[in-house]
Design a protein around this ligand. Structure first.
Ligand code: MG
Length: 256
């Protein structure tokens, strides 16, 4: 399985491909014409957010267990919202909680990274538009979410979309689904699988691209399973997606 990373290489951001334990720099555009270049060490690189999405299209209430936890009926169609590109951070960057916004929660999610321009994609063709999966933390100001009719305020803060550590070419269509977990410090708080999804990844690609064009590097955050809970400054929050790896971010309070 191939994994695509973005690393700080001698002071510049570069994409790298890991395949069977061997790391090589990408020469050219990962989403366009490129080839594998120089072999580099398999460890010791500072990891950056693996892609720079123009937008992150997120789906709410897409796990049967989470809808039950929120005492909400399953949606008849995907509940869709957008996180701004400016909310994205990578591995080991801090999630910064502004003061005075009330409870802030982690949401462990499977992120789907789009590999090529996608518009009016048929569900049966969706896999060909997906570069791979990543770990996604849809950090949410829960009290603001419950107060507002729209989610932009509650979910759009800078640093509230953690992505990484890589994009992995996971066979998400395989029987058994893809496991997703959320950990805070040493506590496993969320543990589920894409088998619990109300709307499948391929269905979402088709549904969203009937509305808008998805560009290379855009991310679909597919929803969170049950077990959401609050984050506090000083916590370390980890999202694990099977086949992708682990994404850890420290939580801090805002110093204004
Ligand atoms: Mg979410």
């Amino acid at each position: 399985m191939k994994k695509f990373y973005r690393i700080d290489y001698k002071g510049s951001p570069r994409h790298a491909i890991e395949d069977g334990g061997t790391w090589r720099l990408v020469e050219g555009d990962l989403f366009g014409s490129h080839r594998s270049g120089e072999e580099i060490a398999p460890a010791g690189h500072r990891l950056l957010a693996p892609v720079l999405p123009s937008k992150m299209v997120c789906i709410g209430l897409n796990y049967k267990d989470h809808a039950a936890e929120q005492n909400k009926p399953l949606p008849a169609s995907p509940l869709m919202f957008i996180k701004p590109s400016t909310s994205a951070i990578g591995p080991d960057e801090a999630i910064v909680i502004p003061s005075g916004i009330g409870r802030v929660d982690h949401e462990a999610e499977v992120g789907v990274v789009i590999g090529r321009r996608a518009r009016h994609v048929k569900e049966a063709d969706a896999r060909g538009y997906v570069l791979g999966l990543t770990c996604f933390n849809d950090v949410t100001a829960r009290e603001l979410q419950q107060k507002g009719a729209q989610y932009t305020h509650a979910k759009g803060f800078d640093t509230f979309a953690a992505i990484g550590p890589c994009v992995a070419d996971v066979d998400y269509q395989a029987d058994g689904g893809v496991g997703v977990q959320g950990w805070v410090n040493a506590d496993k708080r969320q543990d589920s699988s894409t088998q619990q999804l109300v709307f499948s990844i391929d269905y979402l690609v088709a549904y969203i691209t009937r509305v808008m064009t998805l560009l290379p590097g855009d991310i679909i955050a597919t929803g969170t399973p049950s077990g959401i809970g609050p984050l506090q400054p000083g916590d370390r929050v980890t999202i694990k997606v099977a086949g992708v790896g682990e994404l850890t971010n420290a939580v801090t309070g805002e110093q204004v």
